[in-house]
Design a protein around this ligand. Structure first.
Ligand code: GLU
Length: 432
């Protein structure tokens, strides 16, 4: 089941619970705009490779399009459409004034040198310079990109424009306008939400066993913060496999992917624990499972074998709609990505505000405000879930859809457009 099929299935289910205009609903099944480019990138050996790049803008009724840029060999327009749709729900759920978007380049980033990644990023920025803008579409890091990538993206955009617009990109390093706390924010919200969900389902997090798939920025931060809260993180993994120790791992001693690529893969049994495959990690008998690597890992094929009591999604789209149904029937609660990992886009919003006001916030302010947005979203989802007697995901999607639909109605977008929606006027040669 593809990510897009899953995203559409989720929307169909949410629509059954929300009073939403037919025209708005059919609009939300499709992205508003899709931008595609063939981007030529010069390799270090002088050869030129042309890569497929895309930016999908799903919806902007609540504010400028917002979402990450991923470098991954599986990137497709359809996958970015699913991810952009989830961004629309995510920004609505945590109530930040943005819509949803996602971009990507079909490439294996680990096969590029730093110089090649920089050339690719600058080429991507030039291709989409008219589509980005601090009030139009604001990219951020995602799979395969990081703060450094965002610095190049912002720099190239500003070079083309000829002025400073730091708010056009979020997730930048703090030295060039990034926010403190942005990098750890998605992992932090995963843990804040896991804490609430454990309490709700009668699991004592301070005594719980946890398995975390993925040791990138989300997985590593979540594993370490869970360990700090007293949980026993018994298994972690990266793309090459993982380690498992029923007595708990010292996750602070394992470098995250950005610190040492593939550190978990290279960690041998002597470091503590046994090797475990990614597939077996998902089926461990633990209290909490945090899939925080890639999408589509919990499927109809393995959902029956998941033994965790609670799943908290750190990655975007780790559970297919078919797996969701199996897990729901089996009574395994799944706290969805759009709620659990939304801390990233919340701090992206804080970064955007800091860039607009030219006033940096302290870490204390960032963390306090972050908790406020995430816990308010949790409360809204919990109330909806209790009122509708449905899954966490159905409740989250219903809350988000009702907010997005309300924005469409209030703007009068529900009526068919008589003359088409005006596109920003631009005279030839004018810079956006
Ligand atoms: N890529 C992140 C996500 O999926 C962050 C998006 C953003 O900050 O715009 O939530």
């Amino acid at each position: 089941m593809s990510a897009l099929e899953t995203a559409r299935d989720q929307l169909r289910r949410a629509a059954e619970r929300v009073d939403v205009d037919e025209a708005t609903l059919s609009r939300l099944f499709e992205p508003e705009r899709v931008h595609r480019a063939a981007v030529p990138v010069e390799r270090d050996d002088g050869g030129v490779e042309t890569l497929t790049a895309v930016r999908v803008q799903h919806d902007d009724a609540r504010g400028p399009y917002k979402g990450g840029l991923r470098y991954h060999p599986d990137v497709t327009e359809a996958e970015c459409t699913a991810l952009a749709t989830w961004m629309t729900w995510k920004t609505a759920l945590v109530d930040v004034p943005f819509g949803g978007a996602k971009g990507g380049v079909r490439v294996a980033p680990e096969e590029l040198s730093d110089a090649e990644r920089e050339r690719l990023t600058r080429a991507y920025a030039r291709e989409f310079v008219r589509d980005f803008g601090r009030d139009r579409d604001v990219p951020a890091p995602d799979l395969g990109t990081d703060a450094e990538t965002m610095a190049w993206l912002a720099d190239e955009y500003e070079r083309v424009r000829g002025d400073h617009r730091p708010g056009v990109v979020t997730g930048k390093p703090p030295v060039v306008g990034g926010s403190v706390g942005r990098e750890s924010a998605p992992g932090r919200s995963v843990v804040a939400v896991a804490d609430e969900a454990c309490e709700y389902h009668g699991i004592d997090l301070a005594d719980a066993t946890v398995a975390v798939q993925g040791f990138g920025s989300v997985g590593a931060t979540a594993a370490r913060l869970l360990d700090d809260r007293g949980a026993d993180v018994v298994a972690v993994s990266d793309a090459g496999g993982g380690v498992h120790d029923p007595d708990g791992l010292d996750v602070h001693a394992v470098p995250a992917h950005a610190e040492t690529p593939n550190a978990v893969t290279d960690c041998d049994a002597a470091d503590g624990g046994d090797r475990i495959s990614n597939a077996a990690l998902l089926e461990l008998d633990v209290d909490v499972l945090v899939p925080a690597a890639v999408g589509d890992v919990l499927t109809a094929d393995n959902a029956e074998d998941v033994q965790a009591s609670l799943i908290v999604e750190g990655a975007n789209g780790p559970t297919t709609a078919a797996a969701d149904r199996v897990l729901e029937e089996r009574g395994v609660p799944v706290v969805p990505d759009v709620l659990a990992n939304a801390g990233g886009v919340v701090v992206s919003y804080f970064e955007w505000v800091q860039n607009r006001t030219r006033r940096p916030w302290t870490r204390e302010t960032v963390l306090e405000q972050l908790d406020g947005h995430v816990l308010a979203a949790w409360d809204a989802v919990r109330e909806r879930r209790e009122a509708a007697d449905c899954s966490w995901r159905d409740a989250a999607c219903a809350v988000a859809l009702s907010r997005v639909a309300r924005a469409h109605e209030t703007r009068g977008r529900t009526r068919p457009r008589a003359t088409g929606r005006p596109t920003p006027e631009r005279t030839p040669g004018e810079r956006p």
